[in-house]
Design a protein around this ligand. Structure first.
Ligand code: HEM
Length: 106
């Protein structure tokens, strides 16, 4: 009986830990990128932008952007968080997850 208790308590304990730690994130290394690097990627053929501290390599997307490429090139290598949310619905970011290459080095 005490063994059963032990297992139950253990299970509850583990479950509560799992709630607070996103186990999928553990072991996944986040690519932290320095601003010195980000600003270099500012051309039509190599274009990164930052939204909410997340770095997106949208080079392959530029030609398909409904808002055209001039505005992307003008904002390349920059933090576009404010302008992005001024113009787009936030759901658009879900479709852009495939372009994520890392986070800005704090
Ligand atoms: C991950 C990056 C981006 C994605 C996936 C994206 C996607 C889109 C999409 C789907 C539209 C069509 C309109 C809509 O559905 O809201 C659009 C329009 C537009 N986007 Fe982006 N965009 C991105 C980045 C940017 C950035 C960085 C800027 C400006 C700095 C920008 C400026 C615009 C403008 C001006 C329009 C046209 C809005 C209009 O005609 O009303 N976009 N974009």
């Amino acid at each position: 009986m005490s063994r059963l208790w032990y297992h139950l308590v253990n299970k509850l304990f583990l479950q509560s830990i799992m709630k607070y730690t996103n186990t999928e994130e553990i072991g996944k290394s986040v690519n932290l990128i320095d601003w010195n690097e980000i600003i270099k990627h500012n051309t039509f053929n190599d274009l990164w932008i930052v939204i909410n501290h997340t770095v997106y390599d949208i080079t392959s997307f530029i030609q398909y952007h409904p808002g055209g490429h001039d505005i992307l090139i003008y904002n390349a290598g920059k933090d576009v968080t404010d302008i992005f949310f001024d113009i787009h619905n936030k759901d658009i970011l879900k479709n852009a997850e495939k372009f994520i290459i890392g986070k800005v080095l704090p």
